[in-house]
Design a protein. Structure first.
Length: 305
C-alpha cells in the first residue's frame, strides 16, 4: 500500500513515504516535535460583526434561488458569498459563536444540511471544515463548506482514477484491500459503520482517514450520524494531545461515474490559534492539494509593470 525510505542523520531519523496507488508523497520528521511550536490556544471570542451569529445571519448571508436558507436542527445552510466552485455552500453548525464542543446530533444536522444543498447540483462533491483561523477559517463561528464541480478536485481525481485502474488490474476494490491491510496495522483506530485509521502517508499532522461504505453523496444518508460521531471522536483525541485547530474533508465520487471509489473523510491537526495565526492554507490546499489563489497570473504581470 505504501513504501518507506528512512534516512538517519546526526539530529535524528526522518522518512520519505510514498503511497503506491497515487504516488502521493510526504516526509515525516519526528524530531521536529521538539520545537514545541503548538502552544496553548488563544481562542478569539468576539461576536462583534459576525455574520453567522443569530442576530445577523438572516440579513448578512445570501439565500438560494428560491429565497430560502436550508435549516436542519440548529444548522443553517446558504450559498457562499464568495464562491470558488460551481456549487459552493456554507453551513453554520450552531448559533454558538465560539463553541469548543459539538454534539453528534448537532454535527449530523449540519452534515445533512450541507449534503442536501450539494445534492441539488450534480458533480463531484465534498464537505469540508476549517476550524479556527490557524486552520484557514476566515470566520471563527463554526461552519462547514460544501463544494461541487463537474470535475473532481486534484486529490479526489487522483484517487478516483487510480482506484478504477486498481479495480481493472486486480478485480478488487482498492478501498477494501486498504481496510483489510490497515485493520491489521498499528495505525488502526476504530471501526463501526466506518473504518478509521491513521493515514500511512499523511498530508498533514496526525492525519486520520475514515473509509465509508458508499461512494456518492446520494448514498450518505444512513452514515451521517456515525460519520459525525467518528469525526468528533477524532477531534476529542486531538484535544487530548493539546491540538484544537483542524481541517476536515469528505470526498465523494460523482453520481453514475462508475465503480471503484469509496467516499473517505480526512482530518488533520493544525497549529493552535494564536495572535499571529491567520492562515491562507485551508482544506483546499491541505486536503485536496488544489490551492485557491486570489490573484490572476496575468494581473500579476500588469501589477509588476
Amino acid at each position: 500500500m505504501f513504501t518507506i525510505r528512512e534516512v538517519r542523520t546526526e539530529r535524528g531519523t526522518f522518512q520519505y513515504r510514498r503511497e503506491s496507488l497515487t504516488g502521493i508523497r510526504c516526509r515525516i520528521s519526528p524530531v521536529r516535535v521538539e520545537r514545541k511550536i503548538d502552544t496553548v490556544p488563544a481562542l478569539p471570542l468576539s461576536r462583534e460583526g459576525c455574520p453567522f451569529c443569530p442576530d445577523s445571519i438572516g440579513v448578512a448571508t445570501p439565500t438560494f434561488e428560491d429565497g430560502s436558507r436550508l435549516r436542519y436542527g440548529e444548522s443553517v445552510t446558504f450559498p457562499n458569498l464568495y464562491p470558488y466552485a460551481e456549487r459552493h455552500i456554507v453551513t453554520v453548525i450552531t448559533p454558538d459563536h465560539a463553541t469548543g464542543r459539538f454534539g453528534v446530533r448537532c454535527l449530523a444536522d449540519a452534515l445533512s444540511g450541507a449534503a442536501e444543498a450539494l445534492s441539488r447540483s450534480p458533480g463531484y462533491a465534498s464537505i469540508n471544515w476549517n476550524y479556527l483561523p490557524s486552520a484557514g477559517a476566515s470566520i471563527v463561528h463554526p461552519h462547514l463548506q460544501g463544494i461541487a464541480d463537474t470535475e473532481p478536485t486534484f486529490l479526489a481525481g487522483l484517487y478516483i482514477a487510480a482506484a478504477r485502474r486498481y479495480l481493472a488490474d486486480h478485480g478488487r476494490l482498492y478501498w477494501d484491500d486498504l481496510v483489510e491491510h490497515e485493520r491489521r496495522s498499528g495505525r488502526f483506530l476504530f471501526e463501526d459503520e466506518i473504518f478509521w485509521s491513521a493515514s500511512p502517508v499523511p498530508l498533514g499532522e496526525r492525519e486520520v482517514r475514515g473509509v465509508l461504505p458508499v461512494s456518492t453523496l446520494a448514498d450518505i444518508g444512513p452514515y451521517i450520524e456515525p460519520l459525525a460521531g467518528g469525526i468528533l471522536r477524532i477531534v476529542e483525541f486531538y484535544r487530548s494531545l493539546g491540538t484544537h485547530a483542524f481541517n476536515v474533508s469528505i470526498l465523494f465520487d460523482a453520481p453514475g461515474a462508475g465503480r471503484g471509489h469509496r467516499a473517505f473523510c480526512s482530518l488533520i491537526a493544525r497549529l493552535n490559534p494564536n495572535s499571529l495565526s491567520m492562515c491562507d492554507s485551508a482544506f483546499m490546499e491541505r486536503l485536496h492539494l488544489e490551492p485557491v489563489i486570489l490573484t490572476l497570473p496575468e494581473d500579476l504581470g500588469a501589477l509588476f509593470r
